[in-house]
Design a protein around this ligand. Structure first.
Ligand code: NDP
Length: 456
């Protein structure tokens, strides 16, 4: 059996060696999930709800150890690891409060002896291949609604968040979800490929666009329900009337939180020329003061990158920008090893010729571009193959609505950014994905409707 080596991204120390699931083990777990799913689906919803309530309580109980595990394996600052676990609780509350409504049968017509009803059935066996950057959020966005709807779940956490994936699975088992109904498969891309080869009913993937395409190809010959939550190149626009301090603080947090490793991190900033210089000065000041360091330290705001390979991507983007005429205002390079460190980096005088304004950075690197007016800002913000989120900073609500309604994205923000709400759908346009999670629609996404025509 192969093993997965888990290294601490802050210092390169070995944290754990875990046995991986080869194709045979994945197939066995898939067969067991198929066999176990009908009994799980036949339980009253209230019994599945009780399991998820117990899971929620365990997260509250074990917060410190779970946060520490997450920080040690992905390098996320400990306060942000705790924030993720705390942010999960209202998310679960929303799922629990609304799942009954989401799955309830509906009578949509009843006249002259003819009655029409919609019933909601589980999809069956759901394969969930997940990212490492917010493993609790992105894992639970799929796993919990899927389980509540009566599905079995085969869950492959990212190899970079395997310990968290194991903990999530263990807590669900302890909460009463049968092990065959909620199975974790551990490993890297090979395990993901083995999972996709199983006769599952749905594939829900969170990760990069490149891997998302590979997943879509693997599923193309079967009519499975496909959901892809992919990357972004999310823009923010600072209008000429924007409160500079608020915009700089909000956008700096959006760009640098979790070292920029969020799908909805701010990746590009456009600033009206009238306030450009003042904004850049304030923004650089905020970013310079961020405390970079040991992610287990309570004071740390920016930790290491989770993956060593991303250091090269960021170095390449910075070098490309500088070669094409950008100005380096802050940072610009890797930190001292061991560990995967990259300095918070701010570039100005950037253009869309530069990779840093086109390709997902997924790190603490941001380009700021001067624009002449709102139309230029809109044109540049939409000049991307991605379409996850966009934000606008202005005190003028009408102006914000006008601008945001022209954005080709799934989520828009006025005077805020990098925010996810369980009450709202989470979805991307273009290369940012297919399908959705969260909101009532996101809960329903793990069921299929059956139409009843009843005469009598
Ligand atoms: P990756 O695409 O590298 O990996 C995602 C998952 O796919 C991992 O579990 C990975 O396993 C697995 N995988 C890799 N290759 C294959 C394959 N050939 N077949 C099946 N599975 C495979 O993404 P990251 O984990 O690095 O996550 C970062 C990306 O996720 C960013 O682009 C980010 O924007 C996006 N993201 C999007 C979100 C959204 O809601 N839209 C939310 C969070 C992140 P392993 O890691 O073991 O190689």
């Amino acid at each position: 059996m192969n093993t997965l080596t888990i290294l601490n991204p802050a210092d390169g120390d070995l944290i754990a060696s875990l046995p991986t699931d080869d194709a045979e083990r994945v197939a066995r777990k898939a067969a067991a999930a198929r066999a176990a799913q009908p009994a799980w689906a036949s339980l009253p919803l209230s019994e599945r709800i009780v399991c998820i309530e117990r899971f929620r309580a365990a997260i509250v109980r074990d917060e410190n150890s779970l946060a520490r595990t997450l920080t040690r394996e992905v390098g996320k600052p400990i306060t942000q690891a705790r924030n993720e676990l705390r942010g999960l609780q209202p998310r679960i509350d929303f799922f629990l409060a609304r799942i009954g409504q989401a799955l309830a049968s509906e009578i949509v017509f009843d006249e002259g002896g003819m009655r029409e009803e919609i019933e909601r059935l589980p999809l069956g066996v759901v394969a969930n291949i997940s990212a490492w950057n917010y493993p609790w959020f992105v894992g639970c966005n799929v796993i919990l609604p899927a389980l509540l709807a009566g599905n079995a779940v085969l869950y492959k956490p990212s190899e970079h968040a395997s310990l968290t994936g194991q903990a999530l699975t263990r807590l669900l088992h302890e909460a009463g979800v049968p092990p065959d109904v909620m199975a974790c498969v551990l490993g890297a891309g090979e395990t993901g490929r083995a999972l996709l080869a199983q006769p599952v009913d749905a594939v829900c993937f969170t990760g990069s666009h490149a891997t998302g395409l590979a997943v879509a190809h693997a599923a193309r010959d079967r009519l499975v329900h496909l959901q892809l939550e992919l990357g972004g190149k999310d823009p923010g626009y600072v209008c000429d009337d924007a409160p500079i301090d608020l915009a700089a603080a909000s956008l700096a947090e959006g760009a640098m939180y979790n070292a920029g490793q969020s799908c909805c991190a701010i990746e590009r900033i456009y600033v009206h020329e009238r306030v450009h210089d003042a904004f850049v000065e304030r923004f650089v000041d905020v970013v310079r003061k961020l405390r970079v360091g040991d992610p287990l330290d309570e004071a740390t705001e920016v930790g290491p990158l989770a993956r060593a390979a991303q250091l090269q991507v960021l170095q390449g983007q910075v070098a490309d920008a500088l070669a094409r005429g950008a100005t380096l205002r802050l940072g610009g390079g890797s930190g001292p090893g061991p560990g995967h460190w990259f300095q918070p980096t701010v570039l100005t005088d950037v253009t869309h010729e530069m990779e840093v304004m086109r390709e997902e950075s997924f790190g603490p690197v941001i380009g700021i571009q001067r624009v002449a007016d709102d139309d230029e800002a809109v044109r540049l913000m939409n000049d991307t193959r991605y379409g996850l989120t966009a934000s606008v900073y202005t005190p003028d609500g009408q102006r914000a609505r006008r601008l945001l309604s022209r954005m080709a994205v799934g989520t828009v923000y006025w005077n805020c950014c990098d925010r996810v709400s369980p009450r709202l759908p989470w979805s991307g346009m273009g290369d940012s994905g297919l399908g959705l999670t969260l909101s009532l629609d996101g809960l329903r996404a793990f069921s299929r409707p059956r139409a009843w025509h009843l005469r009598g």
